[in-house]
Design a protein around this ligand. Structure first.
Ligand SMILES: [Zn+2]
Length: 277
């Protein structure tokens, strides 16, 4: 599932490739028809004539700012891809929506399992009003407060809750908790202020590493050229069950927390933390 680093990579690609381009026509494939019912709007007449002024990332949303003042937002959910192609080549799989550009290129929204969303919103409208702050924008004090206010039982669930902090998903949550030495089952309210500060630093570190490696491709994520990211070769705990921890050689454990895959080192991330701080 694309998380913050994957969407950031796509945003940076699009900034280089399509800013200033004009959308000349819009078409849906037969698989793309349900995007219309989900959004309650058909983009076929709404988009042509608009230029792409800028691209933003808001949590895991990709936001295309248009010359008419409106914003076109994409959420890739589990298997969504945004591809920029020259005309009709190559033939991509699972394409649902095609935005043709004035220079002959196409922005294609492809999505294998179809949970992704596309919507046009007004200039003043919020992309998603339930979103918590971006980890790169939140202060340590604010993060500490948010962690303490959550109703979640475990710190792992807290990091996945987009209302607390936005953009972190399953992979980067496991990696950040490992770097911070925090057991994923611990109560968010039991963390010391030093631990929450370290956790925020770790989150930013793993997200920056993910961006540097152009995202993590476990399954379906691709960049706008259709290429996989490489951060999967740099993961420390995610998907490493049974392998030795890189710090202490203890076997990495695998478990589930509220149905989400969770990986951690039982030695580096002890469940009972001594009150050292
Ligand atoms: Zn370890």
């Amino acid at each position: 599932m694309p998380e913050l680093p994957e969407v950031e990579t796509i945003k940076n690609d699009l900034l280089k490739k399509v800013v200033g381009s004009q959308i000349t026509s819009v078409s849906y494939t037969s698989e793309g028809q349900k995007l219309i019912s989900k959004a309650g709007q058909d983009l076929t007449d709404l988009l042509p004539g608009n230029k792409i002024k800028s691209i933003e990332r808001k949590a895991k949303y990709l936001v295309l700012e248009l010359s008419g003042g409106k914003k076109l937002i994409f959420h890739l959910k589990l298997t969504g891809r945004i591809l920029v192609r020259n005309g009709s080549n190559p033939n991509d799989e699972f394409v649902r929506l095609v935005l043709a550009l004035n220079d002959g290129r196409e922005i294609r929204f492809a999505d294998r399992n179809g949970f992704g969303e596309v919507k046009l919103i007004g200039a003043g409208e919020e992309v998603d009003q339930d979103l918590g702050p971006d980890p790169f924008e939140v202060s340590v004090q604010q993060f500490n407060l948010l962690i303490n206010q959550t109703g979640k039982e475990t710190i792992k669930e807290t990091l996945l809750d987009q209302k607390t902090i936005s953009g972190v998903g399953n992979i980067y949550a496991d990696e950040a908790l490992y770097l911070a030495g925090i057991n994923p089952f611990r109560s968010p309210r039991a963390l010391s202020t030093n631990e929450t500060a370290k956790l925020l630093d770790s989150i930013k570190q793993v997200l920056n590493e993910g961006i540097k490696h152009r995202g993590t491709t476990i399954d379906s994520y691709r960049d706008t050229d259709g290429r996989p990211g490489t951060h999967q070769f740099h993961l420390l705990v995610y998907g490493k069950a049974g392998k030795p921890c890189k710090k202490c050689a203890t076997r990495i454990e695998y478990t589930e927390i509220k149905g989400r895959r969770t990986h951690f080192c039982p030695n580096c991330q002890p469940k009972e933390q001594l009150a050292l701080f």
